[in-house]
Design a protein around this ligand. Structure first.
Ligand SMILES: CC(C)(COP(=O)(O)OP(=O)(O)OC[C@H]1O[C@@H](n2cnc3c(N)ncnc32)[C@H](O)[C@@H]1OP(=O)(O)O)[C@@H](O)C(=O)NCCC(=O)NCCS
Length: 199
């Protein structure tokens, strides 16, 4: 029975998803130390969080145990290939089986790994997983309008802008919109094959 459950999970949540520049792996308990360091980085908080207050150790541990290690979470650690260095994490949340939708999140925590194509490829791997393995219909996300690198990366991976919550966040002395982006299964599947697979 336990063996059956493991096989079932491997089908829906393979332990490794291989890309060209990155490899997605299921999280291991030892990833916690690095995740704690990332979540205490003020620049990461500026880019991703409504509150600049650093998350407490307990909050990060709770997030790690429930959202990253939990048996039902669609969460992967992002490893640089071929060195296998752990550089970030990516998750799907708010999985809604009835409507075939989920929300996408990504954090590359190692700053020296920004702007080198890792995030876009990890996003593409997660979209491939969501649409081609899990059979979802729609993936959405929210991003602060000042986060140009993230928006550019999401657009390259196939997301388009669907709307904006005006002046949703006060940051660096002014208000900024929060931008909603989304991609549908048919849009993903219409992309040229090499763009969505090495793979
Ligand atoms: C957002 C993130 C996942 C993107 O991943 P990445 O590996 O850094 O991005 P990529 O290198 O794949 O692509 C970035 C693109 O943005 C461009 N870019 C980089 N900095 C930019 C800037 N300041 N303004 C505009 N475009 C920028 C790059 O040139 C590249 O586009 P190109 O290939 O057309 O030249 C990653 O930077 C990250 O995790 N950042 C910190 C956390 C975060 O912002 N998460 C998202 C929250 S919604």
């Amino acid at each position: 029975m336990a063996q059956q459950a493991i096989l079932e999970r491997d089908r829906w949540q393979p332990s490794v998803i291989e890309g060209r520049r990155v490899r997605l792996r299921r999280h291991q308990p030892e990833n916690l130390a690095r995740v704690l360091r990332w979540y205490r980085d003020p620049e990461l908080a500026r880019l991703t969080r409504y509150q600049l207050r650093p998350m407490t150790r307990e909050e990060v541990e709770r997030f790690f145990q429930s959202r990253l290690l939990g048996p039902d979470s669609v969460a992967y650690a992002i490893h640089e290939a071929p060195s296998d260095r752990l550089i970030g994490l990516t998750t799907l949340s708010a999985l809604d089986a009835e409507n075939g939708s989920a929300l996408f999140h990504i954090t590359i925590g190692e700053r020296d790994a920004w702007g080198r194509g890792f995030g876009t490829e990890a996003t593409e791997l997660m979209l491939e997983h969501a649409f081609e393995r899990l059979g979802l219909h729609r993936i959405g996300l929210a991003v602060f309008a000042f986060n140009d690198r993230a928006m550019r990366s999401y657009e390259k991976a196939g997301f388009t802008i669907e709307g904006r919550s005006r002046d949703a966040i006060l940051r660096d002395g002014r208000y900024w919109d929060e931008v909603q982006m989304g991609v549908l299964a048919q849009e993903w599947l219409a992309r040229p094959r090499p763009a969505r697979s090495k793979r």
